[in-house]
Each structure stands twice: as C-alpha cells, then as structure tokens.
Write a protein that binds this ligand. Structure first.
Ligand code: PBG
Length: 331
C-alpha cells in the first residue's frame, strides 16, 4: 500500500492556498436590496421577517443612503397599499401619483446613481391579491392583464425607474412591455424578467408584508406561476423572455431551485438573477434567533452558493447585513 500522490487537503491546509484556489467571491456588487414602502409615516416591522420594516418614503431615503454607502448597486421597490388603493381593475397600479411612482421620483432625485428596480404586477392593487385581472370564475385573464401591466411599467419608466421587473408570469408580457417602452422612447429602461417564478410557499412572509394574501382561493397562483416539480419548463420560459427582449432573467426562489439556476446559466449565458425570497430569509432568521444557526455564516454561505450555481446577482433581504459583513471581513 503506497501513499496518495494526490492529496486535495494540501491546498486546503493554509489560508493562502485556500484563497488562491477560491472560485467564487461574493461582493456587495452582487446584491440587490428589496424594500417595502408604505404610505404612512415612519417604519413598521414585518412580523414574519424580523429585521425587515415597511418604510415611509422619508425612511426609504435613509435606507437608500445606507445601501449606497455599503456599495449595494440597486434597490427593488415593493409598495404596500392600503385598502383604498385596491380595486378589481387595479387602476392605482399606473397612477402617476401612486406610491411606487412617488417613491421612485424621490429616490431618483436624491440618489440618481442608485439603481432602481420596480415590481410590475397587480397583486398590491387587486382586492383579491392575484397578480392579474380575474374573470367571473376567478381565473386570471392573460391578455387583459398584460394591457394593465404595460400601463404600469410605462408609469414606472416615466417616474424614472431604471429597471422594470414583471413578476406576474403572464404570457407575452415581456414583448408587450418592451414594445411599449421602445415606442415611448424609453430605450434605456431595462427589463428584469421574473422568468422562472415558481408557485412557491416560500412567499408567505412577503404576502404578510404587502398584505396581498387576500383570498387567493384554492387555485392560489398555480394557474400562472410554475409547478415546483418542473425544470424543462423553466428553460422554455427563459427562452421566451429573452426572445421578447428581457435584459436579465430571474429564477425565484433561490436555494431550493439552484439546479434551475445552473441549467439556465449554462443554456443561455444571459445575466441571471436569483431572488432569495422572504421564506428563505425567515427560516434563516428564525433559526438564528433561536441560537440554532450562526446567521452571518449561514447567510454568506447561502449567497455564495447562489453565485456558485450561476447567478450574477441576488435579491436578498440580507443585502445590507451581508454587505456590512463583507466590508468587515475585508478590513
Ligand atoms: C408578487 C410578488 C411576490 C414576490 C415578489 N413579487 C409574491 C407572490 O408572487 O405572491 C415574493 C417575494 C418574496 O417572497 O420575498 N408579484
């Protein structure tokens, strides 16, 4: 019996050689911070997402300043609307004085260099909480919804959003939005398509945060969001969105779907983003609060894993914490 000539542990022995062979490095450049904005003063905690708060536009400006200081390139904005803004036709979604539109203008005026991503979907604005307009049977109508989404996306672009992000999963919405943006000469407005958005139960805390759980009914969002059992279907969705003019595609949620991330990156090589969703955040937080997991180590490991799977950037509620930790580690 000889000794092994190849000893993978040799390279792992010291910090210097571990550093030399490290393949992926997480940086604040990779992070996008999702924020909830409400139409009342001050801040309000989200019970199922400890550490996350709904913010007034004033408070949002403070958070934006922190994000910039920490090197986080962009925010993703989610309005929390009161009952008065909800209706069957979701018309508040494209009102020029809507909460999202006002927040975009305030942020762009103060921090023009901070990237701003807006959510294009009707769920904060419908009484039932579906992402689209429903017919008498409760079915979410595709083409009628796309018309509404186009108006919403244009109003965001008009307000100054850098990136519009349709998270609704209607067919053909990327092409329709791209065409409308071109026609109105918003040629620099980027589209981040939620291409492979799964009908996931990990969105629960988000629906608490924006109050969109409503009465989704037995079909929930299964008639438009993807079945978690499918993988090839994600590639078809991504192919369609890229053909229709998406600049970036997204896979959502994150950790349970890393196989999809890898397939999408390998197949298309397009800018690929991942949304580490509210439920993923809540799990890590809850375990950390119980003293069962080391939050810092587990969050950084999760984010690194998402990058290793092929993501170029990650939307995460831990963005500011992670950027701070990375900065401390570098110092
Ligand atoms: C709705 C939307 C959802 C999320 C982002 N946009 C929830 C849903 O589809 O019900 C989820 C984000 C998260 O869970 O963090 N258009």
């Amino acid at each position: 019996m000889g000794y092994p000539y190849t000893r993978p542990r040799r390279m792992r022995r010291d910090a210097f050689s571990r550093r030399l062979m490290r393949e992926h490095r997480l940086s604040s450049d990779d992070l996008i911070y999702p924020v909830f904005v409400h139409d009342i003063d001050g801040r309000a905690p989200v019970a199922s997402m400890p550490g996350v708060e709904r913010l007034s536009i004033d408070e949002l400006l403070r958070v934006a300043e922190q994000a910039l200081a920490l090197g986080v390139p962009a925010l993703a904005l989610f309005p929390v609307e009161g009952q008065a803004a909800k209706s069957l036709d979701a018309a508040r979604a494209w009102h020029p004085e809507g909460l999202a539109q006002r927040a975009v203008r305030a942020l762009k005026q103060r921090f023009p260099e901070l990237g701003l991503i807006t959510d294009v979907a009707l769920d904060p604005f419908t009484t039932h909480g579906q992402d689209g307009l429903i017919d008498d049977s409760g079915y979410v109508m595709n083409d009628e919804t796309v018309e509404a989404l186009v108006k919403q996306a244009l109003s965001h672009a008009e307000a100054g959003a850098d990136v519009v992000a349709p998270s609704d999963m209607m067919d053909g919405r990327i092409g329709a939005i791209r065409e409308a943006l071109e026609e109105t000469r918003h040629i620099h407005t980027r589209i981040l398509a939620y291409s492979a958005k799964y009908a996931s139960s990990f969105y629960g805390p988000f629906r608490d945060a924006v109050g969109s759980a409503g009465n989704l009914g037995k079909d929930n969002k299964y008639t438009y969001q993807m079945d978690p059992a499918n993988s090839d279907e994600a590639l078809r969705e991504v192919a369609l969105d890229l053909e229709e003019g998406a600049d970036m595609v997204m896979i959502k949620p994150g950790l349970p779907y890393l196989d999809i991330v890898r397939r999408v990156k390998d197949e298309f090589g397009a800018p690929t983003l991942v949304y580490q969703v509210s439920g993923e955040y809540a799990m890590l937080k809850a375990a950390a609060q119980n003293g069962w997991l080391n939050e810092r180590a587990c969050v950084l490991e999760s984010l690194t894993s998402i990058k290793r799977a092929g993501a170029d950037a990650v939307l995460t509620y831990s963005a500011l914490d992670a950027a701070r930790w990375l900065k401390e580690d570098a110092a």
